[in-house]
Write a protein that binds this ligand. Sequence first.
Ligand code: G3P
Length: 487
Amino acid sequence: MTFTALTSSSVSTYKLYINGKWEQSKSGQAIDIQSPYLYEAIGKVQAITKEEVDEAIHFAQKAQKEWADISLQERAKYLYKWADELVNMQDEIAEVIKKEVGKSYKDAKSEVVRTADFIRYTVEEALHIHGESMRGDSFPGGSQSKIAIIQRVPLGVVLAIPPFNYPVNLAAAKLAPALMAGNAVIFKPATQGAISGTKMIEALHKAEFPKGLVNLVTGRGSVIGDYLVEHKGINMISFTGGTNTGVNLAKKASMVPLVLELGGKDPGIVREDADLQEAAKHIISGAFSYSGQRCTAIKRVLVHESVANELIGILKEEIEKLSVGSPEDGSMVVPLIDDQSANFVQGLIDDAIKKGATLVTGNKRERNLVYPTLLDHVTEDMRVAWEEPFGPVLPVIRVSSDEEAINIANESEFGLQASVFTKDINKAFAIANKIETGSVQINGRTERGPDHFPFIGVKGSGMGAQGIRKSIESMTREKVTVLNLAE
Ligand code: G3P
């Protein structure tokens, strides 16, 4: 495949994908994509114009009508082929993900494989979704001669906007259900992540989907974001990203179904009866994998004061063993996506230390590489108790009861997930029932997968539900056809 990018001097310029063709934007402008750890541009993506957005949506609308008419089994063949092509391209795509968003090669590769699995499961799930029928006479006065047939039908053109941290997986997690449900897609990748997204579309192109069904539009969100969101040709929006952007998007999108997966401040609640070694293992993996750049990262620990010293001791020891450095070395803690993100995390650490938090380990920085940082005795007046760092800093708040932990957990503006660590299953459920999040993990780290589980953010963490079946449902609506039999 040589058509996706133009190679000039040292870096490639990747193209738009509109109506099945790789195109350069008429804007004549391209955006540099800087690697977060190579500190140089690794490529450029097109800055699309509004007119080109109109064209892409026009082609999508056209393609969707025919796509909705083809059988599920036919749609399945295209998606299976796409999954196969992703697997064929896994090394190449993983290399791009690594360079573009600074994720270790191993994690990048599992992202691609997870994506192929996701697509295949989506196909199978969609093939097994059935409609229902209702008899009229179950309602008082209703007649047996009336029968409602309820089917799920596509919404039209879905706008898919994934974040930088899973530029392939969270993109396909929107595209695959949209397509199996009979929709067309306008795919707007995060700017940082757009080359990985382009590679994913390259695999899709190889699967020879109908022209115009999936269109890749790249450009600065600040320039085309609102235009896309407010566009009359968009019938559904699936967005994963920051809470501020999501809230802004929800204000702009009128009368269009939305699924938003936004930020989080997932607490790890550690009861006095928890297995502390196990809890620490899950907390560390939850908090520091990919430098905490996951919406589902554990972003605060609420620990019972009677076991706090012991837990802190284990956490310190284990955190100091974490690999820190370049994704090229397979490090777990890697440079953050950009300097601004690192400055933000540093601001949270500085504020906490100034207000009296104890620095247990970390607070070391090399440019945008922030070392894993553990803060103890964090109190509610500190920003790090409430704000989402999206970086490798873990605040510990000591509590004296389950009730206090639940209250602090629920005071957050976010409500994505929470973990509860305890040996008492009854207490675990009692706490889980009171926590205001989409999911609660008992004795495990907060995470989205396995990908067929419902994935839900409440409060500032989003609206609607993802997870394979839920995503298909969110990208369809029910259509009722009523059969009136002659009596
Ligand atoms: O940040 C995106 C979110 O969906 C995280 O996914 O699989 O790392 O829990 P995961």
